[in-house]
Design a protein around this ligand. Sequence first.
Ligand code: AN0
Ligand code: CP
Length: 318
Amino acid sequence: MKKFTRVTDIGDLKAAVAEALEVKANRFAYKHLGQDKTLLMLFFNSSLRTRLSTQKAAMNLGMNVMVLDVNQGAWKLETERGVVMDGDKAEHLLEAIPVMASYCDMIGVRTFAGLANKADDYNEKVLNQFIEYAGKPVFSMEAATGHPLQAFADIITIEEHKTKERPKVVLTWAPHPKALPQAVPNSFAEWTVAAGYDVVITHPHGYELDPRFTAGATIEYDQRKAFEGADFIYAKNWSAYADPNYGKILSTDRSWTVDSEKMALTDNAFFMHCLPVRRNMIVTDEVIESPGSIVIPEAANREISAQTVLKRILEGTK
Ligand code: AN0
Ligand code: CP
């Protein structure tokens, strides 16, 4: 595998989940694969889980790991070609990418949507420059339009917990005080549809996601109706995708917060969230602390999705 940004990069999803479960059972069995191989993780944005789980996954595989926080200690990077660099950005991505790539065997990149220019975000302007100019395998650690390592971990978690062959999986929008990208819900929709689940997405009017990611899912504007009979509730906030409101907050309506009363409409559903989560905005204390909340095993599976992806990249570079 040379690139990991979309569900299509992983090939047969059932086979990938089986491989992930095998990795989980024998996580130190592949230590030889990463010997003398170096992973560079590059963060343009904050992270707790992605940083630690991906580094742990690489260590399980015997790799060396370098982490660079671009905004803390490195030169500020210009991403736009053709600009006169007389501002605060001292270095251009076009030099920085091949230089960084020369020190490593693969690069993980976290670069969130700016939410100011929809075309730049949805063309993955930053991530695609890495794919084009690194000359080494590149994987997304959440880029502008997707968070595939999260979605893969979510699928592994659902497969471990489901009691029906084809569970009803509900992605619900929930309120948040800051404008957030659509990356997590895009990938969750794309991967759960690919997994063959009954996928329902519920959100207020105006929060429709890009149909290139949600095709195959049902949109239900009535949150309570969406929750009926659900096996998994996956909460997430996102900002508007549709024009002319791209990147804007249209609602902070706390009647969309996931609470026990709404969970009672489900078929004893598990509660999921990618974390970090704002309690009593997205979900009540009671629901996130309930026995049906699987946010911790979900986060733990980030090590497994990352290790499976790194393992496949290493196998491809041998
Ligand atoms: C980010 C987001 O919504 O994309 C990262 C989630 C994994 N969340 C926040 O910035 C709070
Ligand atoms: N879920 C997730 O990616 O968390 P971090 O932003 O902490 O990496």
